[in-house]
Design a protein around this ligand. Structure first.
Ligand SMILES: [Zn+2]
Length: 298
């Protein structure tokens, strides 16, 4: 297997790391991966992750709902109900934070196209990038939208978009720094980047540790906290002007984490525990399972 070995921290350039934990791929392969933490900035990453040409098979699980759009099972049903609600809040968030009612948006890792379809309904001109062919075909059939392959990111005209969004996608992207640079280049001077990421310092990450579903190796290559994402954003000429909580994620992540633990009645236990963890997350955004970062160019 071709793997990617990281010897320089992508955030701060340091080359000394400490083993944070061994984490199993509960979803697809059952293989174990090591998550390392940078001694200098605290950024964590999956070491020796499968390279882009082979990682596809690690996404090949029927439970991988963000690409397959399956509705089987309790967790997936719940996911689809929540998606309806979150689609509305995502579009509101873009409109409010970009400061314009209509404009041009690029969504990177757009999946089956539900979010961009919603933005289109709101009157926005949309561009989508999605590496999975099956997801692109789904979006074409269902919404009549044509999305681009990954390489398109580097061909988009400079300063052409009012907003660029990535909803739980940056943690999957091998070219981390290149992607951040591209976003900056593509955005208009007053444009807004909206980037949602799991938070490795959240109350649920702290509770579940090696079972925390949002480590999701080897699909998640990078594991952010609000501090180290801010460092990365600033390195690329952005200011984090706001952080917004994604309150629902803690329930979904708790359900999956209980499944990882093989808990009896995992769904029920996950929901109840998710409720307690949700209450903890109300004490501050740094405890939230997922955080949406609103970035402006400096
Ligand atoms: Zn570092």
């Amino acid at each position: 297997m071709t793997t990617v070995h990281i010897d320089t921290c992508p955030v701060c350039g340091n080359n000394k790391f400490t083993d944070k934990l061994k984490y199993k791929d509960y979803l697809a392969s059952g293989e174990e991966f090591t998550i390392l933490e940078c001694d200098k900035c605290g950024f964590a990453f999956t070491q020796n992750f499968p390279s882009e040409d082979v990682i596809g098979r690690y996404y090949d699980a029927p439970e991988y709902v963000s690409h397959s759009d399956t509705q089987k099972g309790f967790i997936n049903t719940l996911y689809h109900i929540v998606r309806k609600i979150t689609l509305k809040s995502k579009s509101k968030l873009v409109i409010k934070n970009s400061g314009i009612a209509k404009g041009e948006i690029l969504d990177i890792g757009t999946g089956t196209g539900y979010f961009l379809n919603r933005m289109k309904e709101c009157g926005w001109t949309v561009t989508g990038i999605e590496k999975e062919e099956s997801a692109r075909e789904y979006a074409k059939d269902k919404f009549g939208m044509n999305f681009h392959e990954s390489e398109h990111l580097f061909n988009i005209t400079a300063e052409s978009k009012n907003a660029v969004s990535m909803w739980h996608v940056l943690e999957h992207v091998e070219q981390l720094n290149e992607t951040m640079s591209a976003i900056r280049r593509i955005l208009k001077p007053d444009g807004t980047a909206i980037i949602a990421l799991p938070n490795k310092k959240s109350a649920d990450a702290n509770c579940y540790k090696k079972y925390w579903a949002a480590y999701d190796v080897p699909r998640h290559l990078w594991h952010f906290s609000p501090e180290d994402f801010r460092t990365l954003a600033e390195k690329h000429g952005f200011s984090v002007i706001k952080m917004k909580p994604m309150y629902f994620d803690v329930f979904y992540i708790s359900l999956l984490s209980e499944k990882n633990k093989k808990t009896i009645l995992a769904s029920l236990v996950g929901l109840i525990k998710g409720g307690f963890l949700f209450l903890q997350s109300l004490s501050g955004i740094t405890k939230c399972s997922s955080v949406v970062y609103i970035l402006k160019k400096n």
